[in-house]
Design a protein. Structure first.
Length: 244
C-alpha cells in the first residue's frame, strides 16, 4: 500500500542542471524536452536480528521525563501526526503535500492495526511518552516465514494458527519504528527495540525480521547499529542469474 503514495515528479531545467541534480535511490532519473523526470523506483532490503536479552530501561537518563510502556488501544489515535512528522523527509512522504502526507500516514497505520502487515504482536508493541504525550512507537507484526532472498510481506492466505512461530510458519517483523523529530537521536528507538526484543524472547521468538528502504540512510544506520544483518536482495540480478 505504501508504494501507492509514490509520485512522479517533473521539473523544468537545463541538461547541465539535470546532471547536477542530487539523486535519491528511490527514483529513476530521466531527461527529455527540457524536463527532468523523476520516476518512482523504490527498493527495499530485508534484515534479521538474532534476539538476545537487551537492556530495556524504563526511562532515558538524558531525558528523564521520557518513559516506556506497552501499546494501548488509545495510542492509535495519537500516531498519525507523530508518524507524519517522523517520515516527513523520507520517500514517499517527502513528495506529498501536507494533507496527502497525513492521509498516507493514516492509511499505513490502519493497515498495520487491522493486520494488513500481518497480525500485530501486541506484547511486542511499545510507545515512549512524556507527560502523557506519545513521542515514539514500535509496531511488530507476524509475517509468513520465507527464506532469505525471497520477497517478504505480511499477507496471509489464511489466518495464521496461534502457534505459527513455533511451527516454523511465521516470524516477527519490525514493521514500524518512529520517533518525533524533536526527540530523535537520544536512543529512544533503540530502547523501544530492546523492549520489543525482550517481549519477543518471552514469547519464544528467536529472531526479528525487518524491511527498510534503500536511500533512507538514517534507517539503514539504525538497523546496522542495533545488530541487524543484511539479507540477500530478492531482485538481485546476480542471484537470479546464478539460480538460472
Amino acid at each position: 500500500m505504501l508504494h501507492d503514495w509514490y509520485r512522479a515528479v517533473q521539473l523544468p531545467m537545463s541538461l547541465d542542471e539535470f546532471h547536477r541534480l542530487p539523486r535519491n535511490p528511490a527514483y529513476k532519473y530521466e531527461y527529455a524536452d527540457g524536463m527532468a523526470h523523476l520516476l518512482p523506483r523504490p527498493k527495499t532490503l530485508n534484515g534479521l536480528l538474532d534476539l538476545q536479552p537487551l537492556d530495556a530501561p524504563q526511562s532515558i537518563r538524558a531525558l528523564d521525563l521520557v518513559t516506556f510502556r506497552p501499546l494501548q488501544l488509545a495510542d492509535w489515535a495519537e500516531f498519525p501526526d507523530l508518524f507524519t512528522a517522523a517520515f516527513r523527509r523520507v520517500p514517499p512522504f517527502a513528495g506529498l503535500s501536507e494533507e496527502e502526507r497525513l492521509q498516507a500516514s493514516i492509511e499505513c497505520l490502519e493497515q498495520t492495526r487491522t493486520g494488513g502487515d500481518g497480525p500485530p504482536i501486541a506484547s511486542a508493541c511499545f510507545v515512549a511518552e512524556s507527560r502523557g504525550q506519545v513521542l515514539a512507537g514500535i509496531l511488530v507484526t507476524l509475517i509468513p516465514k520465507r527464506e532469505p532472498g525471497d520477497w517478504w510481506d505480511g499477507h496471509w492466505l489464511e489466518p495464521p494458527p496461534q502457534n505459527a512461530a513455533k511451527l516454523g510458519l511465521a516470524r516477527a517483523h519490525l514493521t514500524w519504528v518512529f520517533v518525533t523529530p524533536a526527540y530523535a537521536g537520544y536512543g529512544i528507538g533503540s530502547v523501544l527495540l530492546a523492549h520489543a526484543a525482550n517481549a519477543l524472547l518471552a514469547e519464544g521468538f528467536l529472531e526479528l525480521a525487518t524491511t527498510f528502504l534503500v536511500g533512507n540512510e538514517a534507517s539503514t544506520l539504525w538497523h546496522w547499529r542495533n545488530g541487524f544483518r543484511l539479507l540477500p536482495y530478492p531482485g538481485s540480478m546476480r542471484r537470479i542469474s546464478q539460480s538460472g
